[in-house]
Design a protein around this ligand. Structure first.
Ligand SMILES: Nc1nc2c(ncn2[C@@H]2O[C@H](COP(=O)(O)OP(=O)(O)OP(=O)(O)O)[C@@H](O)[C@H]2O)c(=O)[nH]1
Length: 334
């Protein structure tokens, strides 16, 4: 398959050479291939990913989540610009579960991070669309590898959801940051306990104006709440701080904590252990997605399924039996 070149595309090596030289146009075009559902692009995408692997992995991957309105875009704009003053290059990707429905994304929309979007040291890419969260997550993970090869040392992966997409982002990042607000309980903010539990750091945003005192109180409350969770395998104790994304207050603290975390997990070996674990999980995620694609994409299966749906509704067959029939049918097709 080497030198495979579908119509209108370059070879994998040509994209990779460009990406390694910092060519943003070729980076974007390679990401488009990763996100494409055309069979020819899928073949090329696999080749690109295989060849990019030795050039990837050198960044710090940070997941950022929080309910809509908490100030994610404002925070990322502020944090991203701060990182650039520290000599970093920053890529911002997003996993947006709603893009599964709309086939397009509002997250990562350039207008949400106006100044950052114009900076050479920043690269912002809207969320991939797809039929399943697993599929979207796989594409974002691959995009991340391309960005790393393109010399971005910090990858921020943002997610808006209040459910499974956080788990997906947590599964592909090194450090997980949860943005919260003061004055609203966890339930009000729609943040589930499981998400709190994944956080390496909680930042109470909008700690400005009349909110400063409340934010400090919230910080203490969350700090106490986090102590209840069992110690993470990383050996890191999650921290809570306050910030004002809009006024650029407390942004440096976030980076200091990420740096402390990185030193700790480099020293105790957790960093590579976790990355290895994530790589293996990624393989299984790919297998699951490919199997689903094969199964539900088969015309024969589709036909049988519509008949079985009717039979289930009219109580002619149990759902369990129907599922078994379909799996048997699938097995026969190999
Ligand atoms: N006072 C104050 N307002 C802020 C701060 N950060 C964000 N905001 C405001 O909060 C609102 C929401 O901010 P966004 O950055 O769009 O929030 P988001 O979480 O990205 O929201 P979605 O795009 O809906 O997911 C905007 O009106 C911001 O100006 C802050 O630190 N202090």
């Amino acid at each position: 398959m080497k030198n495979y070149k579908p119509k209108g595309r370059l070879t994998a090596s040509a994209y990779i050479d460009g990406i390694l030289k910092g060519d943003r146009v070729l980076l974007s075009r390679a990401i488009t291939i990763i996100e494409s559902n055309l069979e020819s692009d899928k073949v090329l995408a696999k080749e690109i990913i295989q060849e990019i692997l030795p050039h990837s992995g050198k960044s710090i991957r940070i997941g950022i989540t929080g309910v809509p309105g908490v100030g994610k875009s404002t925070f990322i704009e502020s944090f991203g610009k701060y990182l650039i003053t520290q000599g970093k290059r920053v890529a911002i990707l997003s996993i947006d579960p709603s893009s599964q429905r709309s086939k397009g994304s509002i997250l990562g929309d350039k207008t949400r991070m106006e100044e950052l979007a114009t900076m050479q040291e920043a690269y912002i890419r809207p969320s991939a669309s797809g039929d399943t969260l697993g599929g979207v997550a796989n594409k974002t993970g691959e995009t991340m590898l391309l960005c790393e090869a393109g010399g971005y040392d910090i990858i921020l992966i943002e997610t808006v959801g209040v459910g499974q997409s956080e788990t997906a982002v947590h599964g592909m990042t090194d450090f997980f940051l949860l943005l919260m607000l003061s004055g609203a309980g966890d339930e009000l903010q729609g943040i589930k306990k499981g998400i709190m539990e994944m956080a390496d750091m909680v930042v109470i945003n909008k700690a400005d104006g009349d909110n400063v005192r409340m934010s400090e109180m919230a910080r203490l409350q969350y700090q106490n709440a986090l102590h209840i969770f069992p110690q993470s395998e990383s050996g890191w104790s999650p921290v809570v701080s306050t910030a004002s994304a809009i006024k650029n207050i407390g942004i440096d603290t976030v980076w200091n904590e990420v740096s402390k975390f990185k030193s700790l997990v480099d020293q105790n070996g957790y960093f590579f252990k976790n990355r290895n674990h994530q790589q293996i999980a990624w393989m299984y995620n790919n297998i699951n997605e490919e199997l689903k694609h094969l199964f539900y994409g088969s015309a024969n299966i589709k036909e049988h399924l519509s008949v079985l749906e009717r039979d289930i509704v009219s109580a002619k067959i149990s759902p369990v039996k129907a599922a078994q029939l379909m799996i048997d049918e699938f097995k026969r097709s190999f």
